[in-house]
Design a protein around this ligand. Sequence first.
Ligand code: ADP
Length: 487
Amino acid sequence: MSDFHDDLALLPGRGAQTWIGGAWRAAHSGRTFAVHRPATGAHLADVADCTPHDVDEAVTAAQQAWPAWRARTAAQRAQALHDWHAAIVAHTEPLARLMTHESGKVIAESRGEVAYGAAFVAWFAEEARRAYGDTIPAPSADRRIVVIRQPVGVSAAITPWNFPLAMVTRKVAPALAAGCTVVLKPAAETPLTALALAVLAERAGVPAGVLNVVPSSDAAGIGEALCADVRVRKLSFTGSTAVGKRLMAQCAPNLTRLSLELGGNAPFLVFDDADLDPAVDGAIASKFRNTGQTCVCVNRIYVQAAVHDAFVERLAARVAALRSGDGLDERAQVGPLIHARALEKVQTLVADAVSQGASVVTGGEARGGLFYAPTVLRDATPAMRLAKEEVFGPVAPVFRFHTEAEAVAMANATEYGLAAYLYSRDIGRCWRVAEALESGMVGINDVRLGTEVAPFGGVKHSGFGREGSRHGMEAYEELKYLNFGGI
Ligand code: ADP
């Protein structure tokens, strides 16, 4: 029996059941896998462990539910999404606690994620009613040309642990709005939030089979089964670049449509004409959010020589004051890392940087369990591993630059291209640099990129496709062109 009985009360079987075809039941294998709290290592729940057999049933359920769901009017689909949104918002506190238990993020951030994740549901409920087509002037007088949007069909979603709620709604809401049905495979670290979302979708009247959830400890097996099934017409994945490439190869035989939101290596440029205090605020907000474990977290901070030392001093003073702790403690600002592998990676990258000449200004050490001290490094160089790899932890390396051209070249010297940030009060420089940065998103004097109203996504090895905004529906729609003759 888990010690967290009350916080699991929303979940059928306390997480041990899967949601397929409108029924809560055990996985076919009869097996479960354990979910732990990163903050303490405590056992949290045993979750249904799905296999390709369950995936097959989930795809069948989604396929069967599709005709009736797509036949609903846009307003009817929108209503179901509005009801789901209301149910999510009404359960902000239980959802936030579940998320903090299983992902380790601090409770204030979990509450923020409920609002952020719910906003996608409301947004796509609205967008459902605006799936407009086109009329196109025809090349001859006896023809009329019309373009309509139709749902692609059964869609698969594979989501990561760092946003257990928002990455689910960012995929499922536009799919449902467009008239698609979904099979969702949440991360093994954080399946409980996804199952809770299914409970609330059921209560909101989302019909049986429209959303199916198949948690599993065998991510590769489930991924293969989803890609190999010709009935699955679309796969949307958020996670690492390595897995994204593998899924793309697996999707090739069926030409399954893909959206990939993959790793990042976000640069943060501070020019000597920047307001330093807002730049420090931005660096901290973006670097330490979710303990540095988001794909848009600042990974490399480049500061122009004239303001370098002042920036490092102010940043380090603020970072040293950040309070780490169990996310359920309202005073905690930084939580644990997700698992031992993540902690090891942070330690390895810091050791590599120090061995190549970086100095630790604050932090630079593990603090027991899965906690790592919020850290600032100075004298970072492009040869260090943390210049090339996503740290995914609470470590801020600072590099020095002299000219704008040098800053842009260093920022772009990465295979990734998701988010980039720059601070400057020179409007011409802001435009020049923002246009020159090779990334899908640029924060200019502001690091708040995540919002349902704007298109989120990357270039280069950070993937392709956009989520959120009016473009977020496009991933789940086909354009069909109708040519009427004999007019
Ligand atoms: P992270 O490093 O953030 O855990 P992953 O890419 O490993 O990134 O995980 C993101 C999601 O992809 C999770 O749901 C995970 O279970 C899933 N996943 C991991 N490996 C595979 C795979 N080979 N095929 C399909 N999904 C996978």
